[in-house]
Design a protein around this ligand. Structure first.
Ligand code: LLP
Length: 416
């Protein structure tokens, strides 16, 4: 579902909360959740967008949550997620902690709250086992291959630090036994932006790994990785087909184990990307040799994806009253205010500057970056001492600020 925040609402948000700022459409999140209802558990990878008001919305829709740091655990708790794995049984725990290492603070907190831990290294099993025998664990397996929209989002194979290498599953199971840990399930997330061909390979790999585990296994998690159409004309993921592929694998797994298992999906991007926009204001324009630059007040400290992966985000341009600019388009390089040449929103992976065809605009116009609800605000930084920007939640007619703008004083205060 595409974003339904209207041009008039975009203008209103810019007026009330100033630019740059994020805005999310709650209805888009709900409709994306609805598309995955066939899975037993939908677990939101909150790293994609971790504002507690979005997490609350997820919780109200029955979505569980995946946390990857102490901070994300605290966010889930603040959003009302129950901490204890026993609430619905470990296989349906509201919060799961996924990582490849356990820092000491996180270790203490997950033990205190009995939050199941998805372990990506043997040391995690040892440290957890020593701290809390009987703790519920998942095993994150690296099946030996991966796939992603960028090299940086491929989480399988020999170049990836993630997961326990598939050949070492027997050793991991031995550690689980040695420390009396409780194995809940197997987890495979091979990357962000996975295609159907790789999906079938993951299903096959999962079945092979399950065969090495005892019959107590309660669940499998197929990770996230579902893509969304960033470019016009790109197809939507066929969630029914996606489910069918996994359901066939599930049936084989259940036949092997002799009992039913719970099947989790762990999307981040799919649930929130299309819900979000970044609203910025045009502050300068200039001709630089053959390139025409439009410079806006948002930088890669706000939206990092183009600079980090060469990601494409469609840009729409609006007059200050929200009405779309429609004059003849010209090739425009869109850049931000940071003191770094890579602060360009139209670029390829590797940093080559590209452009988008945009109408002629005036200073003060609004430049809106689309499909930025995932890995937008959550990847922002304070680079160039720029405060974090507000987040706004739009639900039909209702417009609500769910994070205020950080102040420069707050940044400096940490250093006193
Ligand atoms: N589960 C695990 C264990 C993960 O590591 C991730 C993403 C997900 C689920 C959710 O993946 P998704 O459904 O969102 O593709 N910053 C990059 C994406 C990094 C993804 C990291 N892990 C981007 O902006 O594209």
């Amino acid at each position: 579902m595409s974003n339904a925040i209207s041009p008039a609402q975009i203008a209103q948000i810019a007026r009330e909360f100033a630019t740059p700022c994020w805005a999310y459409d709650a209805q888009v999140v709900r409709s994306q959740i609805a598309r995955l209802r066939q899975f037993d558990v939908i677990r939101f990878a909150q790293k994609a967008s971790s504002n507690i008001h979005l997490l609350k919305l997820m919780r109200e829709e029955g979505v569980m949550v995946d946390s990857v740091s102490l901070g994300e655990v605290e966010r889930a708790l603040a959003a009302g997620y129950a901490p204890n794995a026993q609430v619905n049984g470990a296989a349906h725990a509201p919060i799961v902690f996924t990582a490849d290492l356990l820092d000491k603070n996180a270790l203490q907190r997950v033990v205190e709250l009995n939050i199941p831990v998805n372990c990506g290294s043997p040391q995690m099993l040892e440290q957890l086992g020593l701290a809390h025998p009987g703790h519920p664990v998942w095993l994150r397996i690296n099946p030996g291959f991966g796939h992603g929209h960028s090299r940086k989002t491929n989480t399988g194979g020999e170049q990836s630090k993630h997961g326990i290498w598939h050949e070492y599953l027997p050793q991991a199971l031995a550690l689980i036994k040695q420390y009396g840990l409780q194995l809940v399930g197997l987890h495979m997330h091979i990357g962000s932006g996975v295609d159907y061909a790789h999906l079938q390979s993951v299903c096959d790999a999962m079945l092979e790994q399950v065969k090495l585990c005892g019959s107590d296994l309660q669940a499998i998690s197929i990770g996230g990785g579902l893509s969304i159409p960033y470019q016009e004309g790109e197809a939507l993921v066929d969630t029914e087909h996606y489910f069918q592929i996994w359901d066939q694998a599930r049936q084989k797994i259940e036949a092997h184990l002799g009992h039913k298992i719970s099947m989790e999906i762990e999307p981040g991007r799919f649930l929130v990307a299309q819900a979000g926009i970044l609203i910025s204001e045009l502050r300068a324009q200039k001709q630089v040799g053959n390139n025409f630059f439009a410079m806006v007040d948002a930088g890669f400290n706000d939206l990092a994806r183009p600079a980090m992966y060469g990601s494409y985000h469609r840009i729409s341009t609006h007059a200050p009253d929200g009405s779309p600019r429609t004059s003849t388009a010209r090739a425009t390089v869109v850049a931000g205010p940071l003191c770094e040449s890579g602060d360009v929103f139209t670029q390829e992976d590797g940093g080559v500057v590209t452009s988008q065809n945009l109408p002629a605009c005036e200073i003060g116009d609004l430049f809106v970056f689309h499909d930025t609800g995932a890995y937008g605000a959550s990847m922002s930084s304070n680079y160039n001492s720029r405060p974090l920007i507000p987040e706004i939640l739009v639900d039909g007619e209702q417009i609500r600020q769910i994070r205020r703008r950080q102040t420069v004083q707050e940044l400096i205060a940490l250093e006193l």
